[in-house]
Design a protein around this ligand. Structure first.
Ligand code: PMP
Length: 417
């Protein structure tokens, strides 16, 4: 049995009434709450283990270094990576993708080369490639979305060619909840000699990920979306690729030898970690991974999906509500209420203590493809309950009553807002 009451007890913020109000927290795709074990581990690091890593010749610095490197080994096990040398700590998924764009992209791409993205990417897997394409002359192409909110695989096979150097795609969409068939993308891309980068920000919190089984070349995620702290993210890269790539940032800790006019670089993974890293963040992430794996990522994913499926089904039956979700999605439900801006909808929900996200969700090309400016988005995680789904539904019904004249006018007109 999935004991959600017990799980809720692990999260201090959920057992309080922040700002003295009810909180139904349904913005987990933006960031997740933190269990006490993670909060305590961060405090304990500063209380018992704080020193800079890889530098001091004293016991405390060795303990800090060991804690940091143990966290790296934990992440390697979590992703089923071949070893810790392919695990680079970054600030977040965004920085992990930028690392690949600037290091691999700037050094490898030439005019005429193509980077194949998709129409459902988060801006963090679009803008870095825009910046690099502008400097290298590479061309960006995108796999289109189908009417059923899945990627158009036939179009993917048409767009993929010997010119494609990199396929960069999201594992799970933060707007639609679509789960992309990464293995199929990898096989086809590798057959033509292209590399594959996967943005796993919304995948790792909801499913076990095995980077070797998927065959990906690069995989990025953020700690804060999987019960870990903010400010710590991960890039997995195939070690032989990382080995051949130039550093992204320069500074302390990433060097071998430095002269005034040149330097040589450290071995992996340190070559890509300039400056003092987020030590407490890495330690907190390790404990977060222990926590979610202790419950089971399969079970967490199934629970979030079950809540999202129910929310999607019942939201669809409210007149004027439209849900944007594939047949089998993750724990995310995007929806609109006809005639009502998503921000106004979210404001009404907030007054009921229901916290959802409204906007373009950093996916403007996708919004454009859907013919929308914004959606409301409820995203579920392991500590959400059936009662919270009901609170969401009740609040949306209330908004529909409040905005009834607008909703009715929009339903009668052919254009959905
Ligand atoms: N990719 C996806 C699919 C996301 O949902 C997000 C966060 N909304 C990111 C990337 C970026 O994550 P971060 O802001 O932690 O770098």
């Amino acid at each position: 049995m999935f004991d959600v009451d017990k799980i809720r007890g692990d999260f201090p913020l959920l057992s309080q009434s922040p700002q003295g109000r009810r909180l139904v927290y349904l913005d987990n795709a933006a960031t997740t709450q933190k269990p006490a074990v993670v909060i305590e581990a961060i405090g304990r690091f500063y209380e018992t283990c704080n020193a800079n890593v890889h530098r001091g010749a004293y016991a405390l610095a060795e303990a800090a270094t060991e804690a940091y490197e143990r966290a790296r080994r934990r992440v390697a096990r979590f992703l089923h990576a071949p070893g810790p040398e392919g695990i680079i700590f970054t600030r977040n998924a965004t920085e992990a993708i930028n690392l690949v764009a600037y290091s691999w992209g700037l050094s490898q791409l030439k005019p005429g080369d193509e980077i194949l993205l998709t129409e459902m990417e988060h801006h963090s897997n679009l803008v870095p490639w825009h910046l690099v394409a502008a400097r290298t002359g590479a061309r960006i192409r995108a796999v289109p979305l189908r009417e059923d909110y899945e990627l158009d695989l036939e179009a993917f096979y048409r767009l993929l060619s010997a010119r494609t150097r990199l396929v960069a795609l999201v594992h799970v969409s933060n707007v639609l909840g679509t789960i992309n068939p990464v293995r199929e993308f990898v096989q086809a891309a590798h057959d033509l000699g292209a590399l594959v980068l996967v943005d796993g920000a919304q995948a790792v919190p909801h499913m076990p990920v095995d980077v070797q089984e998927l065959g990906v070349d690069f995989y990025a995620f953020s700690g804060h979306k999987i019960c870990g702290p903010t400010g710590i993210g991960v890039l997995y890269g195939r070690p032989e690729l990382l080995e051949a790539m130039p550093p992204f940032l320069g500074g302390g800790d990433m060097i071998n030898e430095v002269w005034v006019d040149r330097s040589t670089y450290a071995e992996l993974p340190h070559k890509f970690e300039a400056g003092t890293p987020h030590l407490a963040g890495a330690v907190g992430l390790e404990v977060a991974l222990d926590y979610v794996e202790g419950i089971g990522l399969d079970r967490i994913g199934a629970w979030s999906r079950r809540l999202a499926d129910r929310a999607a089904r019942e939201l669809s039956s409210i007149p004027g509500v439209r849900v944007y979700r594939p047949r089998e999605g993750s724990g995310v439900v995007s929806f609109t209420l006809a005639g009502v801006h998503a921000h106004d909808l979210a404001t009404v929900l907030d007054a009921e203590g229901v916290a959802i996200r409204a906007g373009h969700h950093c996916a403007q090309p996708l919004m454009r493809r859907l013919g929308l400016q914004a959606t409301a988005r409820a995203s579920f995680y392991l500590y959400n309950t059936e009662e919270e789904v009901e609170a969401l539904l009740e609040a949306v019904r209330k908004a529909a009553r409040l905005f009834a004249p607008l909703v009715e006018r929009a339903i009668r007109s052919p254009v959905q807002g």
